[in-house]
Design a protein around this ligand. Structure first.
Ligand SMILES: [Zn+2]
Length: 70
């Protein structure tokens, strides 16, 4: 079995310090409006390479580079 990159949607949690891979802005927790992030496990040539974080909007705007987020 070849591991493929995959994406999941998660609520942004307090204390989250990830930076969006698309717009370079921090993916920040906002108590007022529920924010969502897309977390992607990126595999290069079948080997896990890195995790990338996106704002949910940025991921959609980027054309869902790692497939539709689950
Ligand atoms: Zn972004």
């Amino acid at each position: 079995m070849v591991w493929k990159s995959r994406a999941v949607t998660r609520p942004v949690e307090a204390g989250n310090s990830a930076v969006c891979a698309a717009c370079d802005e921090p993916v920040k927790f906002a108590a007022r409006n529920k924010a969502f992030q897309v977390i992607c496990n990126v595999y290069e040539n079948g080997v896990w390479d890195r995790v990338e974080h996106f704002h949910a909007e940025c991921y959609a705007a980027a054309g869902e580079p790692y497939g539709t987020a689950a």
